[in-house]
Design a protein around this ligand. Structure first.
Ligand SMILES: [Zn+2]
Length: 124
């Protein structure tokens, strides 16, 4: 992370900030994406990624990394999809642009065994 000068008010701010915390000026080269990787010991599972609980942003296979474009921090929900039903463990976290997240599902299984996602952690 580096400090840059806000083009509007001249204050020193992070180049990772989406906007200047002092004057609100949007920062042009602010990151606009996040990466999410989901891990599970059930390799057949797919996962779906939602914004604010309903709008699907993307999907992927367990173990793969999905890059999503987000401009501002937002709540992201990751849901596992079992073979037939789109119903499985879910987990939510607040995602910040420019960061990577890893969701670990340790209890895959039948769709009616719903557990909260085991762990969502920041990985970079
Ligand atoms: Zn500013």
């Amino acid at each position: 992370m580096a400090l840059i000068k806000c083009p509007e008010c001249g204050k020193q701010i992070s180049d990772k900030a989406a906007s200047c915390p002092n004057c609100g000026c949007p920062i042009a080269n602010a990151p606009t994406s996040i990466k999410i990787r989901c891990l599970s010991n059930d390799r057949s599972v797919r996962y779906h990624i939602f914004m604010n609980g309903s709008v699907e942003l993307g999907r992927g296979l367990i173990g793969s990394t999905v890059t999503l474009n987000i401009k501002t921090p937002m709540y992201i929900t990751v849901q596992q999809q079992y073979a037939i039903l789109r119903s499985g463990d879910t987990g939510s976290f607040r995602a910040e642009p420019g960061k990577c997240y890893e969701a670990k599902f340790v209890k895959p299984g039948l769709a009616f065994w719903k557990t909260v996602v085991s762990e969502v952690s920041f990985i970079g």
